[in-house]
Design a protein around this ligand. Structure first.
Ligand SMILES: Cc1ncc(COP(=O)(O)O)c(C=O)c1O
Length: 367
């Protein structure tokens, strides 16, 4: 996706020429007579502001329909409702803790089985396919270990077995990757992150290219009702206009920081895919995450990602709090691991802040 295309797609209001998308707060729409409709009846079903965003987003993704939901988790829940008891879904091993928690609930409550497999190894995945397998669920850059998985071979494998491929593309955004164009069936994002981009909107999006799947999701979206509000839809459409600038800047900052951290005292391991603004760092055993977080001044200790500000998250007690400790330890999500979502600040401010916080935290520990 080229930056110029992105900017143009964000401008959709052609009836008045308004540059910023109008916010239609009306929940109900008057009919001219029996059997007549403007196309809008009730806002849960369809809202002009949400619709404008959904159409723009579907174009960006190369899909036919986007469904904007009240959160990223609502998007994943919407997708879960496509499946029934006995169905099996193969899920990438390292993934967002909230998704893990929702899948556990669906397994216990509704008997849908979620099997965690290493998508780095296609033979392992293929060995788990059976007559009940209905989908692959992949985070192409895993959270929080930043494992880079190429989903392309799975599109072919999925077609051979009549399996859906679902991609959680939150980290990459449509600016860096458009999986529907490559062969995926369903793409979702926590739009709370890069799409909104300013830490002021909670939202999710699901996009598909198959008309039958679109119709099924359309019915579920309206029926379940976790649809995105007009104001939040407006914020997402505004976010699209600067997505390319923000993604480029945070990726560039992250690439520089990942390089610098390779030789920084206190850092034992840099986990970075080389793409996106997301990277994780493992501190050396004699450094403490708590002490580091006490001293940061530019970076913020907060639990989200993809915004203009650099955030440091502690997966052990934040994003992955509901994962049993033994499971976390086994996966390498330990008490020295921090996840950074690099923002769009001046690079030097981020680097200097991390260096001074590491130094001061070391002094704390040794005093
Ligand atoms: C990769 C990923 N998917 C989904 C979600 C859930 O999104 P939300 O917090 O908007 O419900 C998150 C949240 O952090 C995430 O990181």
């Amino acid at each position: 996706m080229k930056a110029t295309e992105l900017a143009q797609i964000a401008l959709t209001e052609d009836c008045t020429g308004a540059i910023a998308n109008p916010i239609y707060l009306s929940t109900a729409y008057a009919h001219q007579g029996l059997g007549q409709s403007t196309g809008y009846d009730y806002t849960r079903t369809k809202n002009p502001t949400r619709n404008a965003f959904e159409e723009a987003f579907a174009k960006l993704e190369g899909g036919i329909s986007t469904f904007a939901t009240a959160s990223g988790m609502a998007s994943i829940q919407l997708i879960c409702n496509l499946f029934q008891t006995g169905d099996e879904i193969l899920v990438s091993y390292d993934l967002y803790g909230g998704t893990f928690r929702l899948f556990q609930f669906y397994e216990q409550q509704y008997g849908i089985k979620f099997k965690y497999v290493h998508f780095e190894d296609i033979t392992e995945v293929a060995a788990h396919i059976n007559a009940n397998t209905r989908a692959f669920f992949i985070e192409p850059i895993s959270n929080p270990l930043m494992i880079d998985i190429d989903p392309a071979p799975y599109y072919i494998l999925a077609k051979q077995h009549d399996i859906l491929t679902i991609i959680d593309n939150t980290f990459l955004t449509p600016y860096l990757s458009t999986p529907l164009k490559d062969g995926a069936d369903i793409v979702l994002h926590s739009a709370t992150k890069y799409i909104g981009g300013h830490n002021d909107v909670l939202a999710g999006v699901v996009t598909v290219k198959d008309p039958e799947l679109a119709e099924q999701l359309n019915i579920l979206h309206n029926m379940i009702g976790a649809t995105l509000s007009p104001f939040d839809s407006y914020l997402l459409q505004r976010g699209l206009k600067t997505l390319h600038l923000r993604v480029e800047r945070s990726e560039e900052n992250a690439q520089r920081l990942a390089q610098r951290c390779q030789t920084l005292d206190g850092i034992a391991e840099v986990l970075y895919s080389g793409r996106t603004g997301m990277l994780s760092l493992r501190l050396q055993p004699d450094y403490s995450v708590g002490a580091l977080l006490k001293h940061i001044q530019v970076c913020r200790f907060a639990e989200s990602l993809g915004g203009t500000e650099t955030f440091i998250t502690f997966p052990y007690t934040q994003t992955h709090v509901d994962m049993p400790d033994e499971e976390k330890d086994q996966r390498g999500i330990d008490q020295h691991l921090i996840r950074l979502s690099i923002g769009v600040e001046a690079y030097e401010d981020i680097e200097n802040d991390l260096i001074q916080a590491l130094q001061k935290s070391r002094e704390d520990v040794t005093v």
